[in-house]
Design a protein around this ligand. Structure first.
Ligand SMILES: NC(=O)c1ccc[n+]([C@@H]2O[C@H](COP(=O)([O-])OP(=O)(O)OC[C@H]3O[C@@H](n4cnc5c(N)ncnc54)[C@H](O)[C@@H]3O)[C@@H](O)[C@H]2O)c1
Length: 333
């Protein structure tokens, strides 16, 4: 089965491509390398292009005889989206419309879309179910919600089967260390914490007076390899149903202070912490209700501690260079 992986040169896309190859599928990566790495396109062919280029997508879909699309390509920096909303709507929403048009013309009928817990906005309940109100607090989350709406409106007309997977906070890397999390700038909390621990630089902790037990933001951390497997299972599910809208999270919340303690314990290192104010639009708690996920994806999720151990071990294997030079602005999103 040939699967088009938009955004397959990025973090989650490259890990999922590795899993697709391992399970006998051919991942065809479609990426403009705006935030990805050509050296990570090593599990299948590369079709360089921009998702807003309908013709390039059509050529990839037909040329590689694609049977299903996993659509990761997006701009995904929350803070940047508050400064450049038009860029986010153009890239993420127009890009998704262009993909739908190309799939319609090519007759490709299966789509798995990367959605986000950012579509929910502020949680009204301790854990968030799929039928929770969707009221995003930033343009990034709104762009993802708009994509969900466009896909669900087009699907019955196009005869499209689709999954929308709303990921919570993705962490970890390939335990074999072939690929890993590498963003420039790195805004994700765990790579920045591990980087601070290993390099001795400061970790900026945004928000110590949230309405949470220890005052720091609580998030649901899901391992990227588990997430990749959820995508593969979603494609299988779509052979027997038209629609799957599901959270992908573990149902367990971890605060930033708890994450810090795990990193210090696992690495036996101390982290220098600089406390900063809460960033605007940063919700105190985002934790998945995983009840529905468990009905279709029977899986043992890796723990945060395991993710930390793997990140440290694979980074040391590479000489630790990118973690030792990592960013300073740890962020819980
Ligand atoms: N990382 C998380 O915690 C998280 C959580 C929820 C949802 N998501 C979603 O998962 C997806 C992947 O996230 P990631 O962390 O791997 O991001 P990433 O930035 O590492 O990967 C995105 C990839 O898409 C490519 N891309 C962006 N715009 C493109 C365009 N117009 N045309 C072609 N390629 C383009 C980039 O070059 C990059 O390789 C995104 O849709 C993101 O919104 C991520």
């Amino acid at each position: 089965m040939n699967i088009l992986v938009t955004g397959g040169a990025g973090y989650i896309g490259s890990h999922t491509s590795k899993l697709l190859k391992k399970t006998g599928r051919v991942p065809v990566v479609f990426d403009n390398l705006s935030n990805g790495w050509s050296e990570w396109v090593k599990f299948g062919p590369f079709a360089f292009g921009d998702i807003r280029d309908e013709e390039a997508l059509f050529r990839a879909l037909t040329g590689f005889k694609i049977e299903a699309v996993i659509h990761f390509a997006a701009k995904a920096y929350v803070e940047e989206s508050t400064r450049l909303p038009e860029v986010y709507f153009d890239n993420n929403v127009n890009g998704t419309i262009s993909l739908l048009k190309a799939m319609k013309r090519a007759g490709t009928k299966t789509l798995v879309f990367s959605s986000s817990c950012a579509t929910y906005g502020n949680a009204e309940t301790a854990t968030i179910r799929e039928d929770h109100t969707q009221a995003p607090t930033n343009p990034y989350g709104l762009s993802k919600l708009m994509c969900e709406q466009v896909i669900s409106a087009a699907a019955p007309v196009f005869g499209l089967r689709y999954a929308m997977l709303r990921y919570f906070n993705v962490i970890g890397n390939d335990p074999e260390g072939e690929i890993f999390e590498r963003h420039e700038p790195e805004t994700h909390v765990l790579p920045n914490l591990v980087s601070a621990a290993m390099s001795g630089s400061s970790f900026c902790l945004f928000g110590t007076n949230h309405a949470t037990p220890d005052g720091t933001a609580v998030r649901d951390y899901v391992h990227v390899m588990d997430l990749g497997q959820a995508h593969i299972k979603a494609i299988t599910e779509l052979s027997a149903r038209d629609r799957l809208v599901s959270n992908v999270g573990t149902g367990a919340g971890t605060s930033v202070r708890e994450l810090l303690a795990i990193v210090e314990k696992e690495l036996a290192l101390r982290v220098n912490v600089e406390e900063k104010p809460i960033r605007p639009g940063d919700p105190p708690r985002l934790v998945a209700d995983d009840g529905y996920l468990r009905t279709w994806f029977d899986h043992n999720f890796k723990s945060v501690s395991q993710a930390v151990r793997e990140i440290a071990a694979t980074s040391r294997g590479r000489g630790g260079e990118e973690l030792a030079s990592g960013g300073l602005n740890g962020q819980a999103d």
